[in-house]
Design a protein around this ligand. Structure first.
Ligand code: XIL
Length: 314
């Protein structure tokens, strides 16, 4: 039977999964990872703490392992992520930087990492989670020290280092229209008008049953397409309060189906990535206590109703 990737490819889209280095010794796991998907995202291996653990000392081991595995399996890679406020190394967060120092640190990091993976990745999440829920800029080390221009700078530096990689801004809670999504819409429009190399917006889509389905997602994706941008669902999971029941799993399945259908309905929504594929390796239980069961395969790598729903949507 065709895989999710096969089904997505019939629509000219991809269907991807995140993965992480520790899981790659699990052969039952890697078998499905290598066959069902045509796009892979390293869940942690390309983040700053992993790639530049000491200032100026780069470590590509984790990212390379995933890129090499993807290559072996004829999969593309959504690289994640260059500029973020989280999972930064201590050397970077434990001291004060002047604007010119921090600019140089950022430029060097982006240039080194994007160069290293040049020609090997489909896209980069250049800036991750730049806005607050109310649409104001998140007060990160980058924003506080460099001002909002750090976003355009980061995109330009990344483009210089790999002119062929698609460059994205990526965030959560922007699937529905609202102040945070509007902030991206305004920024994207402005960046395009200024000729800044921005190719797409990534909608993480970390959803939770108890907060309701983002019914405006299709219209929202479409307004970004109209700016001449690609869009993608980049980190999909649909968590629930545990225990999972048959009803909740059925509801979850309709969310996976509707999200996928929304992407397919929008020209320039290029694909869907789930934030790992099995509950065995989901990040949710560690970060949202009492919640979980967020992915289309269960902890024993058995497909859940959400998996069937994805197949139907595709
Ligand atoms: C998560 C990873 O999955 C976890 O393993 C890690 O402990 C924390 O980060 N938004 C993002 C991702 O952009 O990088 C995050 O990944 C999940 C939320």
């Amino acid at each position: 039977q065709p895989t999710l990737a096969d089904l997505a490819e019939r629509h000219g889209r991809y269907f991807g999964s995140a993965t992480d280095n520790p899981e790659l010794t699990d052969t039952a796991y890697t078998k499905i990872l290598g066959s069902e998907f045509d796009m892979i995202t390293p869940g942690n291996g390309m983040k700053w703490y992993a790639t530049e653990p000491q200032q100026g000392v780069f470590d590509w081991t984790s990212g390379d392992e995933i890129v090499n595995l993807a290559r072996k399996n004829h999969q593309k890679v959504r690289a994640h992520t260059l500029v973020w406020h989280s999972q930064l190394p201590d050397w970077l967060t434990s001291r004060q930087w002047t604007a010119s120092e921090l600019r140089a640190v950022l430029k060097k990091h982006i240039t080194a990492e994007v160069r290293h993976y040049r020609g090997k990745v489909y896209s980069w999440d250049v800036v991750n989670e730049a806005f607050e829920e109310d649409g104001s800029y998140r007060e990160t080390i980058w924003y506080k020290t460099l001002g909002p221009g750090y976003i355009a700078d980061a995109l330009r530096w990344a483009h210089q280092a790999d002119p062929h990689a698609k460059l994205y801004l990526n965030d959560y809670n922007i699937e529905a229209t609202g102040p945070k999504s509007d902030a991206y819409y305004r920024l994207a429009k402005e960046l395009k008008a200024q000729g800044v190399p921005l190719d797409g917006i990534g909608f993480q889509a970390h959803l939770a049953l108890q907060y309701g389905y983002p019914t405006t997602v299709e219209d929202n994706l479409r307004r970004f397409s109209r700016l001449g941008l690609d869009t993608a669902l980049t980190e999909v999971d649909v968590r629930m309060q545990l225990p999972a029941t048959e009803e909740k799993l059925a509801e979850q399945a309709t969310w996976y189906r509707d999200l996928t259908a929304a992407c397919l309905a929008v020209r320039r929504c290029v694909g869907v990535t789930i934030w790992d594929y099995t509950d065995k390796y989901s990040w949710i239980p560690a970060v949202f206590p009492g919640e979980g069961a967020a992915l289309p395969w269960d902890e024993d790598l058995r497909p859940k109703p959400a998996y069937q729903a994805l197949r139907e949507a595709l």
